[in-house]
Design a protein. Structure first.
Length: 96
């Protein structure tokens, strides 16, 4: 059996209220319901900084009752996406 995987880039900065422990607990809660769940960090990105960050496009999945990642865009032109969610490199990937 393979272990779950935590990925954090060395240059990732977090807001002071970010808690890695809370993030891991959320992942474990999600995995108790659906073992193939994954979790990413995302936060609002000001319009004028979209071109400086990795942007994640999300969509609601009714059947799973959760958001799904539709795409990651690396430092896009703001005209190329309506998303204003930046995605620091902090992911928890299920072994499933």
């Amino acid at each position: 059996m393979q272990d779950d995987l935590l990925i954090v880039a060395g240059d990732t900065l977090f807001y002071p209220d970010f808690s890695l422990l809370r993030f891991i607990r959320k992942f474990l809660d999600l995995n108790a319901i659906n073992p193939s769940s994954n979790l990413i960090v995302h936060c609002p990105c000001p319009e004028e900084k979209v071109h400086l960050h990795g942007i994640v496009e999300l969509g609601w999945e009714e059947k799973a009752d959760c958001e799904r990642v539709l795409s990651f865009l690396e430092k896009p032109n703001p005209k190329d996406t309506t998303s204003r969610n930046q995605c620091p490199c902090c992911y928890l990937i299920s072994s499933e």
